[in-house]
Write a protein that binds this ligand. Structure first.
Ligand SMILES: [Zn+2]
Length: 328
């Protein structure tokens, strides 16, 4: 089987309806700048990602508080300092939310789990000859935290406003890149990476994996591993097959060139609506939300419009956006 599920949301392009609104500029830029400086000084703003050897080398977007291995200054002092930093970070987020026209301030995620959850392949998403040593395929991360994860695919539209907006809002997200759309502007994604975005594998040319030979799939997946490592300095651990379609070869090949997990998605976000995989049409703890780097030429909304829309749903339902790589 290829992992396709009747009625499931897919990664295919969809028409957008009317885009809503535009960026409303508001006073308060100076306040925001000051708060961002304070938050950055106390380690709360987005920074370059870790060295690829695991978690925790540097703080990432959306992550409150100090690193777990910060020197102990007395438990009480540390806790007070962490609370103070979290407060400042949230104050900065509130100012940024006003500046960027969000309906409400995004909620702060809890501290990342000390131990990442054990993830298995979702029922119904197994491949022929399913082997539990293959990277798990899943749509929701097992957690009780009221968090969701934001993932952005392909890399077509490269709006500098998106990078700025997400940094100022301190909202983490992960990119899944197809080189054929990215190669004309690696600099944009280097900037994203420097702001804490992890760059993951979405193949070279966005082909339908089950329709390719073993050799062709290997080129699509493993050559993209090599390109991302060469261009951006880190070899991805996460892979998402185009359209969410895969077979046994896909997972074997992905594993052979360094992939440890295959996150699909539970919801797909558009500037004017959300498409839901589950029949309850609702978010769940650990849900992975898919969206795309697209612009007005694709869906009559800008990336800031998209973020305003998805964050309204997420915040109204009481969820925070956490960093996928902290859990997977
Ligand atoms: Zn895609």
């Amino acid at each position: 089987m290829n992992g396709r599920r009747p009625g499931a949301v897919t990664g295919g392009r969809q028409r957008g309806r009317r885009g809503r609104g535009h960026l409303r500029r508001r006073p308060g830029h100076a306040v925001l700048a000051a708060l961002l400086v304070v938050a950055a000084a106390s380690g709360c703003a987005a920074e370059a990602g870790d060295t690829g050897t695991g978690q925790g080398a540097k703080l990432q977007a959306g992550q409150p508080g100090a690193p777990a291995d910060a020197p102990a200054a007395g438990a009480l002092g540390t806790r007070a300092a962490q609370a103070e930093r979290a407060k400042l970070a949230q104050a900065a987020r509130a100012v940024a939310a006003k500046k960027w026209g969000l309906a409400s301030t995004p909620l702060a995620p809890p501290a990342p789990p000390a131990v990442k959850p054990h993830i298995t392949t979702r029922k119904g998403f197994e491949v022929e000859g399913q082997d539990d040593s293959l990277p798990p395929v899943f749509t929701t991360v097992p957690t009780k935290d009221k968090v969701v994860f934001l993932t952005m695919d392909d890399g077509d539209d490269k709006d500098p406003e998106l990078l700025k907006m997400m940094s100022e809002l301190n909202i983490p997200y992960s990119a899944f890149l197809s080189d054929y759309l990215v190669r004309d502007n690696y600099t944009y994604f280097k900037d994203a990476e420097a702001r804490g975005v992890t760059l993951n594998n979405h193949t070279l040319n966005h082909r339908y994996m089950p329709g390719l030979s073993y050799g062709e799939q290997k080129r699509e997946i493993c050559d993209q591993q090599n390109i991302i490592e060469k261009q951006f300095g880190k070899r991805p651990r996460l892979f998402r097959p185009p359209y969410g379609n895969y077979n046994t070869d896909t997972l074997k090949i992905a594993k052979s060139c360094g992939i440890t997990a295959v996150p699909l998605w539970a919801e797909e976000a558009f500037p004017d609506h959300m498409e839901w995989r589950e029949e309850d049409l609702d978010l769940h703890p650990g849900d992975i939300i898919l969206t795309h780097f697209r612009g007005k030429k694709d869906w009559k909304g800008s990336m800031p419009d998209l973020i305003r829309s998805v964050m309204k749903t997420v915040t109204d339902k009481g969820y925070a956006v956490a960093r996928l790589e902290d859990y997977v």
